[in-house]
Write a protein that binds this ligand. Structure first.
Ligand code: FPP
Length: 246
């Protein structure tokens, strides 16, 4: 792949997987039926990222706010995560996928936490695609936890408050070690960030589609990548400056 072709493929894609409930409702089925169908869409997108050469994929599976959903839906989602971890990790490992969970993992019960930890440990040596699953995650939570780490470093005398800048705080944000977020996708028709990667989204290209998450397949991801490849990323510069630089 040439340098120009590589630039057409986003290095890091994040997805808000919205629309499972509406997809199920249209079929007169419970919301959990939609979440189950959503799991199949996750497989599709992971396969597409492997094929396209995307380096990192971050999925919003459960937000800090999702705990407020009805108890039976939260329970069904937890059951789905456990089944997915039981069944899919070995196959992902076989494809060279490294798994990471980001968010307030302390909010989950011990058996689920152990499954998440085991999946991360098992796949830690893989390098083909990094898949991050955001659970009990919120962009504001992320900024708060990074700020706490900075405050703790100041309290230990290792850092001066006046030396805290974007680079310094950024090192404690989730996913700081990965390529910057290039493409942020939201399915399901809403045009919102909904407290997903607030810090990391700063220069990402945003892509909103009406397609409900269970219907989002490999062709849909290809379409999003083609749309991304047509955009001009200026990072605050003028179009002329970008043209001269490239
Ligand atoms: C939002 O749709 C979706 C969720 C809150 C859950 C996302 C979970 C999955 C796709 C399950 C598979 C994930 C993994 C990592 C195995 P919604 O319920 O808000 O839909 P609605 O807007 O139509 O009601």
């Amino acid at each position: 792949m040439s340098g120009a072709e590589a630039a057409q493929v986003p290095r890091h894609v994040a997805i808000v997987m919205d629309g499972n409930g509406r997809w199920a409702k249209a079929r007169h089925r419970p919301r959990s039926f939609g979440h189950n169908a959503g799991r199949k869409a996750v497989r599709e997108v992971v396969e597409a990222c492997l094929r396209e050469g995307v380096q990192a994929l971050t999925l919003f599976a459960f937000s800090s706010e999702n705990w407020q959903r009805p108890q039976d839906e939260v329970g069904a989602l937890m059951g789905l995560f456990v089944r997915a971890l039981d069944k899919e990790v070995e196959e992902l490992h076989g494809h060279g996928v490294r798994l990471r969970f980001i968010g307030d993992l302390s909010a989950f019960d011990e058996p689920l936490r152990q499954l998440m930890q085991a999946a991360m440990t098992h796949t830690a040596g893989n390098t083909r695609l990094q898949v991050n699953i955001a659970v009990s995650y919120g962009g504001r939570w992320d900024i708060v936890q990074a700020s706490r780490q900075a405050a703790a470093a100041v309290a230990r005398g290792e850092l001066r408050a006046e030396d805290i800048d974007e680079t310094c705080l950024g090192q404690w944000m989730s996913l700081a070690d990965l390529p910057p977020l290039d493409l942020f996708i939201r399915t399901g028709g809403e045009c919102r960030i909904s407290n997903f990667l607030l810090w990391q989204v700063a220069y990402a290209e945003l892509y909103f589609t009406d397609t409900l998450w269970p219907d989002f397949d490999q062709a849909c991801l290809r379409q999003a990548i083609e749309d991304y490849a047509r955009r001009e990323r200026r990072y605050g510069r003028t179009g002329e400056q970008v043209a001269t630089a490239s």
